[in-house]
Design a protein around this ligand. Structure first.
Ligand SMILES: [Fe+2]
Length: 135
């Protein structure tokens, strides 16, 4: 379970709030994976719901950021957009391997770890670079 704190702040309330929402969905995913009492079929269905929610919200969040980059003529906009694009592509590819009856828990954990690593690194790495530059 990850808890958002000030060290993740990118300096803009709207983006911080969206990051918090992404972290909340990730925590729900982790909670489900660790719930040993849940049957695989149900686990699979619930994780699918959460994964699509995560992808949809991530895309929405990236669009929000990118719109502001364009409005403010942010110099690193293009390289940042490219990171977003590659990430969405990778996530979708990874999710296509999430199939019922095929090591759901193991695959879900891999997807979860990938999402977690990428998002946390992206927030403290790339997102923090726009701090103070989008005013
Ligand atoms: Fe970003």
């Amino acid at each position: 379970m990850i808890e958002w704190n000030e060290k993740f702040s990118v300096g803009y309330k709207v983006f911080d709030e969206q990051h918090i929402k992404l972290i909340e969905i990730l925590n729900d995913v982790e909670f489900l994976i660790k719930d040993k009492s849940i049957h695989n079929d149900l686990l699979y269905d619930r994780l699918n719901v959460l994964f699509s929610e995560l992808v949809d919200y991530t895309v929405y969040h990236f669009e929000t950021e990118e719109k502001v980059f364009d409005q403010k003529s942010y110099p690193l906009a293009e390289e940042h957009k490219e990171l977003h694009r590659i990430f969405v592509e990778n996530v979708k590819e990874k999710l296509s391997g999430f199939k019922l009856g095929k090591d759901e828990r193991k695959v879900a954990l891999e997807i979860y770890n990938m999402l977690l690593d990428w998002l946390m690194n992206h927030i403290v790495g790339s997102d923090k670079k726009y701090m103070g530059k989008l005013d």
